[in-house]
Design a protein around this ligand. Structure first.
Ligand code: B16
Ligand code: MG
Length: 219
């Protein structure tokens, strides 16, 4: 039986995935590295440093950066991102999310956030939704990044739920892989062609319907 629904943040609760994209694009342009929306799909859900390394691997003539230079580039990207998220308000919640979370909670099912972002607490605060989630995993306490299941397993444990009794909701390929590796039911938001491993794929958050998903979960 369904005990918990665990959400990714960026690209699921709010469209910060677009802000990550814009910040990385600015860094790529500075470095003269080609950067497309298609390639950006690989960065979704991936940690800041791993994203930077993936981006640098796209250079036509790869350069060996020192650790200090890598840290500087990652910091610059984060500064751009932090500027963009300063403008977030509750109006930036994606369509359907508020009602979906309310429906979940009113049926006695728990809710959690499993975001790979160190900026997640700021974003959640600016959206004004802290009290709608029973747990928000602190990414700083984790050893492994998505697609490792650790973040989803940590959320489930904090909610006292068996992974098999959880639904995970993600917009990233690495995130869906993490949900499946955790042994959970995976709902992907986005283009179905990107998510062959998801149990359900929806074009957008406006299609999130608790009754429909619960029925599919129960099979
Ligand atoms: P930060 P999510 C992920 O958040 C983003 O999808 C990914 O693009 C980003 O690089 C990662 O967080 C780290 O974010 O640089 O803010 O620590 O989708 O797991 O909510
Ligand atoms: Mg995401």
């Amino acid at each position: 039986t369904l005990k918990a629904v665990i959400f990714d943040l960026d690209g699921v609760i709010t469209d910060t995935a677009e802000y990550h994209y814009l910040a990385w694009k600015a860094i790529a342009e500075e470095l003269g590295i080609p950067f497309t929306r298609e390639f950006n799909e690989n960065l979704k859900g991936v940690s800041r440093m791993d994203s930077l390394k993936l981006l640098l691997s796209q250079a036509e003539t790869p350069i060996a950066y020192s650790d200090a230079e890598l840290d500087q580039l990652a910091d610059r990207k984060n500064k751009l991102y932090v500027e963009l998220i300063e403008k977030i308000t509750p109006a930036d919640l994606l369509p359907g999310v508020t009602d979906f979370v309310k429906e979940i909670r009113s049926s006695g099912v728990k809710t959690g956030i499993a975001s790979a972002s160190k900026n997640a607490p700021t974003v959640i605060h600016r959206l004004g939704i802290e009290d709608q989630f029973d747990v928000i995993v602190d990414v700083n306490t984790l050893k492994n990044n998505k697609p490792d299941p650790e973040i989803f397993l940590t959320a489930a444990a904090a909610l006292g739920a068996d992974p098999a009794d959880c639904i995970g909701v993600e917009d990233a390929v690495s995130g869906v892989d993490a949900i499946k590796a955790a042994g959970m039911f995976a709902v992907a938001i986005g283009n179905a062609a990107h998510f062959p491993h998801a149990d359900v794929v929806l074009d957008s958050t406006s299609q999130l319907n608790f009754g429909v998903l619960k029925a599919k979960f129960e099979g």
